[in-house]
Design a protein around this ligand. Structure first.
Ligand SMILES: CC(C)(COP(=O)(O)OP(=O)(O)OC[C@H]1O[C@@H](n2cnc3c(N)ncnc32)[C@H](O)[C@@H]1OP(=O)(O)O)[C@@H](O)C(=O)NCCC(=O)NCCS
Length: 179
C-alpha cells in the first residue's frame, strides 16, 4: 500500500474530552492491551485496565501540566492506534514517549510510524528547542533512524532525541555533532 493510500484510511489527532461520548477512551485502553498482550494471554501490571484508565482519563481531564497526552489513529471512527507523550518527571527541559500501540490487525501498515512522527511534531509545538525527548524501545533502530541516540552502553534500548530538529535534518546529523 502506498503512503497516500494509507493516509486515506486513517487519521491522527489528539484524544479529547469530546471523545468520551463515543467511548474512545475505552478503545484506547483496549488497543494498548491488545498490542502488549503476551503470547500466554497475560499483560504486565502497567497495562492492566485500571492502570491504563488512570493514565488515559488523567491525560484527557486533568489540569495538571505534567499529565500524559494521547494521540489516536482512527479508521472508520474506531481507534486503531495510540501514542502517548508527557513532560518528563526529572526535568523541566524534557519529554517522554510511552504507550505506543497499534491494533495487531493494523500493524505493519505505517500507523505506528505515523503516530511516532505526530508525537514528535506535537512535542516540538509544545516544547522548547533543545528540550530532550527520552524513549525506551525494544526497536531502537526506529528511533535511531529518526535521529535519536542510544545513551547508555548498559541499556541499548534507552534512547534520547532533541526537540527542534525537523525529521529530515535529524536523520543526517553526524554522531559527533551532539557530543
Ligand atoms: C511497535 C508498533 C507500535 C509499530 O506499529 P506499526 O503500525 O506496526 O508500525 P509501522 O507499520 O509504522 O512500522 C514501520 C517501522 O517503524 C517501527 N515502529 C513504528 N512505531 C514504532 C514505535 N512506536 N516504537 C518503535 N518502533 C516503531 C516498526 O517496528 C517498523 O520498523 P521496521 O521497518 O524496522 O521493522 C506495533 O508493532 C505495536 O503495537 N507493537 C506492540 C507494542 C509495542 O511494542 N510498542 C512499542 C512501544 S512501547
Amino acid at each position: 500500500m502506498t503512503a497516500s493510500k494509507i493516509a486515506d484510511v486513517f487519521e491522527i489527532r489528539a484524544l479529547s474530552m469530546a471523545d468520551a461520548a463515543a467511548r474512545l477512551h475505552e478503545q484506547v485502553v483496549g488497543v494498548i492491551q491488545a498490542a502488549h498482550r503476551r503470547s500466554d494471554g497475560s499483560v504486565s501490571e502497567r497495562f492492566l485496565p485500571l492502570a491504563l484508565f488512570d493514565q488515559v482519563y488523567d491525560g484527557v481531564y486533568s489540569t495538571i501540566r505534567d499529565r500524559a497526552r494521547f494521540l489516536v489513529a482512527l479508521s472508520g471512527g474506531e481507534v486503531i492506534g495510540v501514542g502517548g507523550y508527557k513532560p518528563a518527571w526529572c526535568s523541566g527541559h524534557g519529554w517522554e514517549l510511552a504507550y505506543g500501540a497499534v491494533r495487531p490487525e493494523w500493524q505493519r501498515r505505517g500507523v505506528g510510524m505515523a503516530l511516532l512522527r505526530a508525537r514528535l511534531d506535537a512535542i516540538a509545538s509544545a516544547g522548547t528547542a533543545g528540550d530532550f525527548i527520552v524513549a525506551r524501545s525494544s526497536r531502537p533502530s526506529t528511533f535511531i533512524r529518526l535521529g535519536f541516540r542510544q545513551v547508555s552502553p548498559s541499556d541499548p534500548l534507552l534512547l534520547m532525541g532533541t526537540v527542534g530538529m525537523p525529521a529530515e535534518v535529524r536523520q543526517f546529523v553526524p554522531a559527533r555533532a551532539s557530543a
